[in-house]
Design a binder for this molecule. Structure first.
Ligand code: SF4
Length: 195
């Protein structure tokens, strides 16, 4: 069908007007005339932190599911937390797309281990992963802990292991992390916030 420029503008204006009227409740359709339900009704709100960068913006996650045993909860919406002093409800485009990361088929849900020399990752339980980390830390500390330095001064340090802390930790979490690590004698501590 041939459409002149004037006809084209008329069609567009008609379409826009129609859709606006629909949104305003003037749709003749019985279904669209019903009050639309707020999509976050009956969801559970959970406050969390965006994991992407060191700004650590606060987010609110909305989950569907009534907590019944056979109901699988699903996060259906994420938005900035207006009560969080870091971002006051705002999110950058990356944080605004968090739902895609949560639902990504590539998301890692459990610890994996790649043995030395192997090119394959194997799934392991959290208990096994934590036990392994604890075992390796203990062995390394026993082998490398220094009580005195070359000058004979007491140093009580463990320099062969370091820790990169999360930038998303609260002040209290950061304080507890550093206190714990220093009590082991660990010297090398840094945080993702500086990366
Ligand atoms: S929302 Fe953006 S700025 Fe905020 S923590 Fe996430 S990635 Fe960083």
């Amino acid at each position: 069908m041939q459409v002149t420029r004037r006809q084209f503008l008329k069609i567009c204006a008609g379409g826009l007007g129609g859709s606006s009227l629909t949104v305003m409740g003037f749709s003749p359709s019985e279904v669209l005339a019903q009050a639309r339900q707020f999509k976050l009704a009956r969801t559970t709100e959970t406050r969390s932190t965006c994991p992407y960068c060191s700004v650590s913006c606060g987010v609110i996650m909305y989950t569907l599911g009534d907590g019944a045993k056979n109901a699988k909860p699903a996060i259906i919406h994420i938005e900035g937390d207006p009560d969080n002093p870091v971002n006051r409800g705002t999110l950058c485009p990356k944080g605004a797309g968090l739902l895609d990361m949560i639902n990504s088929p590539n998301r890692l849900h459990y610890p994996e281990y790649r043995a030395p020399g192997s090119n394959a990752w194997k799934r392991m339980s959290w208990d096994d992963a934590l036990n392994r980390i604890a075992r390796l830390m203990k062995d390394d500390r026993d082998a490398n802990f220094e009580t005195i330095n070359a000058a004979g001064q007491t140093v009580n340090r463990w320099r062969s292991t370091g820790l990169l802390a999360s930038s998303a930790a609260s002040n209290e979490g950061g304080y507890a992390t550093v206190k714990t690590l220093r009590s082991y004698g660990i010297v090398s501590v840094d945080t993702q916030a500086r990366i």
